[in-house]
Write a protein that binds this ligand. Sequence first.
Ligand code: ZN
Length: 366
Amino acid sequence: MNIKIAYRHEGEFEEFFKKQQGKVVAVMYDVNTKPYAEEMKLQLAKTAKSVLSIEFPDEELVPTQEKCAEAQEIAKPADYLLAVGSGTLNDMAKSISTRLGIPCGVLATAASMDGYCSKGSALMRNGVKVTDEVHTPEDMLIDLEIVRKAPRLMTAAGFGDIIGKFTCLTDWKMANVVKGEPIHEKAYAMMEEARTACMDAFEGLTNYEGEAVAKLMYALVAAGLSMAECGNSRPASGSEHHISHYLEMDFVRRGERVPLHGIKVAIGTLISIELYHYLKDNNVQFNGSEKVYALVDELPKVEEIRDMLVKMGCPVRFSEIGVRKEVMEGAIEKAYTVRDRYTVLTLVNELGLTEKVKPILMEKYY
Ligand SMILES: [Zn+2]
């Protein structure tokens, strides 16, 4: 994977515009990102052969096959497709450009999730969410002035996605102790370092200071890079993501708007940390439990994480984001089945403790 990551303050994306010399470039955006797209189009017009516009009038764009087909038709003559947006527009651009066999890039407009550089594209097909394997963007353009001004809930969601790296990395180490699953040291270290840098910048992040937002953005990018290094999503996705995926399926099934990924991950993280502490506080014995409890000692306290999320304006109960009660109960029981990956959810299930922890989790997080 070779993704060029460029920050605006390092020379106005000079190299990027130079690269588009003589090319037909399609720029894709929605009403929210239109002002930034217009500016990019003006710049592109100076070097590119021509600039095509793919403008969605939507405020809450849903990546359906019809929308993708519509955009693909306009982008057909293009040599390059630039998305101006975050999760949805970037996913659509990755998918459309893969189909057309042209490179794509993204001007990131929010630090909202860690999928910018991933090889996955989440789309809706016949009312069902599918994740297609696609190519990664060739360029990721970051203008911190834009990212800082994103809706606050989006930044909170990005922070939630990074908070989730506490439990996903602990799940990985736990699976190493209990099941002997190997650890990819480099990928692990990359993710851990980026998470730590982001946590250290927390105070600045609550004020949306440029440097702090840059740390968050970098951590989100690092998640993609460490997954690529590892060859799978283990460094960035554990029990907290499985809870999020389980809940998401219900929203999709009922045709309802899905709450932001990072928000679900954030609350999932609280649940996973709670479970780790529950096992340790009750001194539950299992293969490798002593070593696992040494890992639990390194985890933050659940109250500490919850306070940070509240300060970021992130919901901390699933009832706040429209999850149905029985669906959350279902997640506690079955979220471990959504992926074939050993996590604290699998461990709690194997130990036969699901029914014991359920009322505790429901009281605190629903
Ligand atoms: Zn995530």
